[in-house]
Design a protein around this ligand. Structure first.
Ligand SMILES: NC(=O)c1ccc[n+]([C@@H]2O[C@H](COP(=O)([O-])OP(=O)(O)OC[C@H]3O[C@@H](n4cnc5c(N)ncnc54)[C@H](OP(=O)(O)O)[C@@H]3O)[C@@H](O)[C@H]2O)c1
Length: 280
């Protein structure tokens, strides 16, 4: 049995469907079963990682765990899963981290994930770390500006990110969780190219066949917008520092999707073609 945490989220959802496709027995952890829209073969288990007494039942009969925590909860959530997994039949932990942990990037998201990685690596249980770049699905944050006004407002319009399609993270995770030889390995995961926000806006504009304006925000304006949307303050600061980092570390492209799954990673053009109706 494979336990998938974060199963109802952008990535976990694809991890579950790829595992089901591979014929694995899957248990999906969620706080809210109404969000669980999975194949009927999936065992939906209601638990809350912030309530450790709900975890032992989730781990019963489990051999491998896919660990996904919201960034700012990664230190606590990863430690809680590790504590619950110790002394059980769990023999492989696979943690979603971030690309910044490759070279200790100086942002808080990287620090949170490094703390989580330490829990996993010191657990005594064989582990694998997946280090994805920015998700292409973050582009959904632009939907309302594009639909309503034909405008995207962002800071740092020229910083390149080697974005990854969450479907490809799901495919990689399923391979790592169902085949041997990945223990003690960390895999950076990106798409095939690094794009700037302005280039993505140009692609969306071309695909929709109408002009979309890119308006560059100051860091303070962007901060105010995210506060208005209800994002936690510590997360806003962390995301700001990733977006402002033009060292090139987020632009490096890795070939691990193809190496692990045998299929090339999806491009932003492919992601966009598959999700274009959402932007109309
Ligand atoms: N977005 C990016 O560009 C990017 C890039 C690299 C790495 N990452 C990393 O990817 C992760 C985020 O992945 P995502 O976008 O797929 O997440 P998401 O869509 O925001 O989903 C969060 C998931 O966490 C679960 N969750 C939250 N609190 C929980 C709790 N107390 N107990 C149990 N489950 C809980 C939620 O489940 P329920 O609500 O169903 O309980 C949900 O399934 C973060 O670690 C982030 O650092 C993100």
């Amino acid at each position: 049995m494979i336990l998938v945490t974060g199963a109802t989220g952008a990535v976990g959802n694809h991890v579950v469907s790829h595992l089901v496709e591979a014929g694995a027995k899957v248990r999906a952890l969620t706080r809210n079963p109404d969000k669980a829209k999975f194949d009927p073969s999936v065992d939906v288990y209601v638990a809350d990682v912030d309530k450790p007494d709900t975890l032992p039942g989730a781990l019963e009969g489990v051999e491998r765990v896919f660990m996904l925590a919201p960034s700012h909860h990664a230190p606590a959530h990863d430690a809680a899963i590790v504590a619950a997994a110790k002394g059980t039949g769990v023999r492989h932990l696979v943690k979603i981290s971030g690309l910044g942990t490759i070279d200790d990037a100086p942002d808080a998201i990287t620090r949170w994930h490094l703390a989580g990685e330490r829990s996993v690596k010191e657990s005594g249980i064989p582990w694998t770390i997946l280090q994805p770049g920015e998700f292409m699905s973050n582009t959904f944050y632009w939907i309302w500006g594009i639909r309503g006004e034909g405008v995207v407002r962002e800071p740092h319009g020229d910083t390149r990110q080697a974005m990854i399609d969450p479907r490809d993270i799901g495919a990689v995770a399923a391979v790592v969780l169902t085949t041997d030889g990945h223990e003690g390995r960390s895999y950076p995961i990106t798409g095939p190219e690094a794009l700037t926000p302005k280039e993505r806006v140009a692609k969306i504009s071309a695909a929709l066949g109408r002009p979309i304006e890119f308006q560059q925000l100051t860091a303070q304006q962007a901060r105010d917008n995210w506060v208005m949307l209800g994002a936690p303050e510590e997360l806003i600061d962390a995301v700001q520092s990733v977006l402002a980092d033009d060292s090139g570390r987020w632009a490096k492209v890795y070939n691990s999707v193809e190496e692990l799954t045998g299929k090339p990673s999806r491009s932003f053009d492919q992601w966009l073609a598959d999700h274009l109706p959402a932007f109309r």
